[in-house]
Design a protein around this ligand. Structure first.
Ligand SMILES: Nc1ncnc2c1ncn2[C@@H]1O[C@H](COP(=O)(O)OP(=O)(O)OP(=O)(O)O)[C@@H](O)[C@H]1O
Ligand SMILES: [Mg+2]
Length: 325
């Protein structure tokens, strides 16, 4: 259940910095913003906040998911069309960009936009003008485009699926949302926040997490981020009657993930101590392969999971023979 209470819950330095950035960008005159973050990190929430702190807040925030429509439909949704522009265009229709004039347009999953439309979007960003499908005369608008993506766009640029010029245009004001696992105790603050909300929704009086569950929450890597936490807690509200959340209320996938060797715990020791080097490297390879598998082979994300910089991970992979230099 998405709740856009427009509040960024958390006290970690990462979230403090994010709050300041959102405020700053929101109040600035910038016409483009790019939000990058793994799934469930709050991209939709942050886009709305940027709109709400801006002078555009009195006008519309229009939300469109670029992955949800085929290219031709997306174009007429965004820019509208003239009567007779294509079969089925029986009337002139206003597009979302025009409807959001003086307000903000949120282009979610921008990566999915096709190359032709990307070119048109770039023209709109540069000229603040666009043409309805089938129109001769351009229309002038004043909108802020807030784009979001959960994958690093640069790799799409390299592979030719995303226009380089559009990428650099969007990249001017970019916001990186931290993954939940990089936000320290915020997972517990957020859990309290959601428990409070679900207590009201479900008329319950759940007290909170047992110390064991707190421990598990701090160790679990939360691949689905804040949304995963929110959904998990809601499920517990629906399925369980107890007033304190216990480990047995958690799904197996979470318990299994945290029951492996803890950070810094001992890995199996090989019989032959002369194997020291080989064994350490084998272990490193395993960790890296696992992180890559869990992040869909996204180097940036895998590095984040391992607490390494992208550069350091690349370096390690080359050293371990997982990547050629
Ligand atoms: N810092 C936060 N404080 C409070 N709620 C949050 C925070 N971050 C995310 N949420 C909540 O988590 C849920 C997921 O956020 P949101 O839908 O904005 O994520 P997203 O990044 O757009 O995900 P996706 O990539 O899957 O679209 C929402 O209900 C949102 O309100
Ligand atoms: Mg979203």
């Amino acid at each position: 259940m998405a709740d856009y209470s427009n509040e960024l819950v958390g006290t970690s330095p990462a979230i403090d910095a994010l709050r300041r950035l959102v405020d700053r960008i929101g109040r600035s005159p910038t016409r483009t913003v790019l939000i990058y973050g793994e799934t469930g990190t709050g991209k939709g929430l942050v886009a709305r906040m940027i709109h709400q702190v801006s002078s555009r807040a009195v006008r519309d925030f229009v939300d469109i998911n670029c992955a949800a429509l085929p290219a031709s439909l997306l174009e007429s949704e965004l820019f509208g069309h003239e009567k007779g522009a294509f079969t089925g265009a029986v009337d002139r229709k206003m597009g979302l960009v025009e409807a959001a004039n003086q307000g903000s347009v949120f282009l979610d999953e921008i990566r999915e936009m096709d190359l032709t439309l990307q070119a048109k979007l770039l023209t709109v960003l540069d000229t603040q003008q666009f043409r309805r499908v089938g129109a001769v005369k351009p229309v002038k608008v004043n909108v802020r485009f807030i784009a979001a993506t959960n994958k690093v766009l640069l790799s799409e640029v390299t592979s030719g699926r995303f226009r380089e010029d559009l990428y650099y245009r969007l990249q001017v004001v970019a916001v990186n949302l931290p993954a939940l696992r990089d936000r320290g105790d915020d997972v517990l603050t957020l859990a309290r926040h959601f428990i409070g909300r679900f207590n009201r929704t479900y008329q319950r009086n759940l007290q909170g997490l047992s110390p064991e569950v707190e421990e598990i929450f701090l160790r679990y890597p939360w691949p689905g981020n804040v949304r995963e936490l929110e959904n998990l807690l809601e499920r517990i509200f629906i399925l369980e009657d107890e007033d304190v959340i216990q480990p047995r209320h958690l799904p197996d996938r979470i318990l299994r993930r945290v029951s492996g060797p803890a950070k810094g715990a001992e890995a199996p020791v090989p019989d032959d101590p002369s194997d020291y080097h080989a064994a350490t490297e084998a272990f490193q390879r395993r960790l890296i392969r696992q992180a890559l598998a869990e992040s869909g082979s996204n180097l940036q994300e895998a590095a984040g999971r391992l607490g390494l910089s992208r550069h350091a991970l690349r370096h390690q992979m080359i050293k371990l023979g997982l990547l050629t230099a």
